[in-house]
Write a protein that binds this ligand. Structure first.
Ligand code: FE
Length: 187
């Protein structure tokens, strides 16, 4: 695959269809500048700063942009807060819509047909596959991403984290916990 990509890149550059420097900027962006660490910082801020949390729930796009995370596939963000009584799970039933600026590129399973179908039909079963068992009393809400709206789940803050710094809290926030297929992990 790597050789094929390199060959394709060479041909396209020779024909003048792509600018290798521009390609380097794009690759650098998706390898280094976006990714779940960004979303984790958003969540950690919401955990420690009630005003920011309220802003995030009211206008996620603006609140997230205030931390510097903007760009394609993140133009219309909605934050979903998990509580003891309600757990949010995000899917794109049509394809693989995903909030790139805060989570990076989607994992392979997120794009797979079984996840996309089962997240809607059997969300509890999907969660069980990920090792998550929630009480029957916890409502599960499934959100279908679209080309317009992208979701970021704010997982519940793990117990015993009162003394942690914002940075230490961000380390508790996993990628899956921000999709809803996982929980934030204890420190
Ligand atoms: Fe999609």
């Amino acid at each position: 695959m790597e050789r094929r990509v390199r060959a394709l890149r060479t041909v396209l550059a020779e024909k003048g269809y792509i600018d290798p420097a521009a390609l380097d900027v794009l690759i650098d962006t998706y390898e280094r500048k976006t990714g779940p660490r960004n979303g984790a910082r958003v969540v950690a801020r919401a955990w420690v700063d009630a005003e920011f949390r309220n802003w995030l729930l009211r206008d996620a796009t603006a609140a997230i942009a205030s931390l510097g995370y903007t760009g394609r596939q993140g133009e219309h963000m909605v934050a979903l807060e998990n509580t003891a009584s309600c757990h949010n799970l995000v899917v794109c039933t049509l394809c693989s819509c995903y909030p790139w600026p805060v989570l990076g590129l989607p994992p392979t399973w997120y794009k797979s047909a079984p996840y996309r179908a089962r997240a809607v039909k059997d969300p509890r079963g999907v969660l069980a596959d990920f090792g998550i068992r929630l009480p029957e009393s916890t409502e599960i809400r499934v959100w279908d991403s679209t080309a317009e709206v992208r979701y970021l789940v704010i997982p519940q803050r793990p117990p015993g984290t009162d003394t942690l710094s914002e940075e230490q809290l961000a380390a508790c926030v996993t990628r899956d916990s921000m999709i809803g297929t996982g929980l934030a992990r204890p420190p």
